[in-house]
Design a protein around this ligand. Structure first.
Ligand SMILES: [Zn+2]
Length: 185
């Protein structure tokens, strides 16, 4: 964590968070996301830094990113996590890769780092990035505009954003597509 991050004024922190969201939106554009069901964390991890995802192999942590900017790397996620948690963990590690990697990077995250949102620093930055990646403002707004708030609406929107690509990636062979199909099966 960079000590300088703690000195940010509220205005600078807002600007920094917007930078993080912009980085997430760039990745969504680069992976041709136009609707919630397109948000495919496997494909995005690969696009972000040739990152592969593996479950398990962690000792007490929820997520870990080990990567080298030139040759790619790996995101490990604790085995058996519920799907939304799995996706958020991957998105958070992609955030570290996009925002904080200057060459080799090795970071480990546990439950509490995913709860840091307003304390300026790299953990909050990775969470802001992950939030925008999984619930992009531009895709979220059309889902709720003009509709009365209700539990049903929240459930419907959450379902649309948190479950996804299965069909479009099935039937293709090789690489990311095959792995994605496996993850969503
Ligand atoms: Zn982190």
């Amino acid at each position: 964590m960079k000590a300088s991050s703690h000195k940010l004024s509220p205005a600078l922190w807002e600007a920094r968070k917007e930078e993080c969201r912009r980085a997430a939106r760039r990745l969504l554009d680069n992976t041709f996301v136009s609707k919630p069901g397109d948000i495919n964390v496997e494909a995005i991890a690969f696009e972000a830094g040739c990152l592969c995802i593996e479950e398990g192999g962690l000792d007490g942590a929820d997520g870990r990113l080990v990567a080298d900017g030139k040759v790619g790397g790996k995101i490990r996620v604790r085995a058996g996590m519920p799907r939304p948690r799995f996706r958020f963990t991957v998105a958070h590690e992609i955030g570290h890769c996009c925002l904080h990697a200057g060459g080799f990077i090795d970071r480990t995250d546990s439950g509490k780092t995913f709860g840091i949102w307003n304390d300026p620093g790299e953990e909050a930055e990775a969470n802001v990035f992950a939030g925008e990646l999984l619930l992009p403002h531009d895709l979220l707004v059309p889902n709720v505009r003009g509709k009365s708030p209700s539990i049903k609406l929240i459930e419907t929107v959450a379902a649309e954003f948190l479950t996804s690509p299965k069909t479009s990636e099935e039937g293709k062979s090789g690489g990311v597509s095959a792995k994605v199909a496996g993850f969503w099966a």
